[in-house]
Design a protein around this ligand. Structure first.
Ligand SMILES: [Zn+2]
Ligand SMILES: [Zn+2]
Ligand SMILES: [Zn+2]
Length: 264
């Protein structure tokens, strides 16, 4: 559960912007990820998410979402690794010796950060203009967007700081000097490493990123649909919501997306 102070911030932000997205919900295509036969023709594996707007359906190749999610993951990993290395250097200095290896890795990380930032820029530029583009960029203007309950639960389930009382995730945006790479714990989170009692090897860290990519590209669309929903779309308004009721009086739809996070 997000910290009340952060939830308040999120609500105020979206209330002040009054941003609405009507019925925005992404669904996988029929026979997602499976080759099949239609009218005696072989149809190859197709992986797209779509939403319906009136008579129109808008389709997105999943790579559009996968590339952005991976670039963001990569930035998070780098930013958390940077914090870890800086702590190690500080500790070494206090104890009167030099962590030469950490200094070298820090220089490498700066290069990786620039590269990942550029990768994210390129991936974002491929997101087609439309409601998903709009809601994605609206979310990104909110520094505590990643404290929505679904992502907090995901962090908990992965054994991250949201499952403990340390509060690392909910204060990360206040402590980071980086404009990008905010979010929940990765294998390089310093606090998680202290809790676990060991650091993952570079190979293990790479394999975590690979696993994330494989999950997103799986033939079963459950994970990509969930991640696209919580990372690209504003939360759905709930039935009891005041603005939703006003909308109903105006002949609107209950399930439209509203620009605030749902209270729990
Ligand atoms: Zn922590
Ligand atoms: Zn952590
Ligand atoms: Zn977390």
């Amino acid at each position: 559960m997000a910290h009340p102070r952060c939830m308040g911030k999120m609500l105020r932000y979206f209330e002040s912007h009054r941003l609405f997205e009507k019925n925005l919900r992404l669904s996988p295509n029929i026979n997602y990820g499976q080759p099949y036969r239609k009218n005696e023709k072989d149809i190859p594996r197709i992986c797209v998410l779509y939403y319906r707007r009136g008579a129109n359906e808008l389709y997105y190749e999943i790579e559009v979402f996968v590339d952005i999610l991976l670039a963001e993951y990569c930035l998070r990993e780098i930013v958390q690794r940077e914090k870890l290395l800086k702590s190690k250097i500080l500790l070494a200095e206090r104890n009167g010796y030099k962590e030469a290896g950490c200094h070298e890795e820090l220089i490498q990380l700066l290069r990786q950060y620039s590269k990942a930032e550029y990768d994210l820029y390129v991936a974002e530029s491929r997101l087609p203009i439309g409601p998903v583009h709009k809601s994605y960029h609206t979310l990104r203007q909110n520094p505590v967007r990643f404290l929505r309950p679904e992502l907090v639960e995901d962090c908990k389930a992965r054994g991250g700081c949201c499952g403990r009382t340390c509060g690392c995730c909910r204060t990360r945006h206040e402590q980071s000097t980086r404009p990008k790479g905010l979010g929940h714990c990765t294998p390089s989170c310093e606090c998680c490493i202290n809790e676990r009692g060991f650091e993952y090897s570079p190979e293990e860290i790479t394999s975590f990123a690979e696993d994330f990519k494989n999950q997103l590209q799986d033939d079963n669309p459950a994970y990509i649909v969930q991640m696209a929903d919580i990372s690209f779309l504003l939360p759905l308004a709930t039935k009891g919501d005041k603005s939703s009721r006003q909308n109903q009086q105006q002949g609107g739809n209950f399930n439209r997306r509203k620009g605030i996070f749902r209270k729990r």
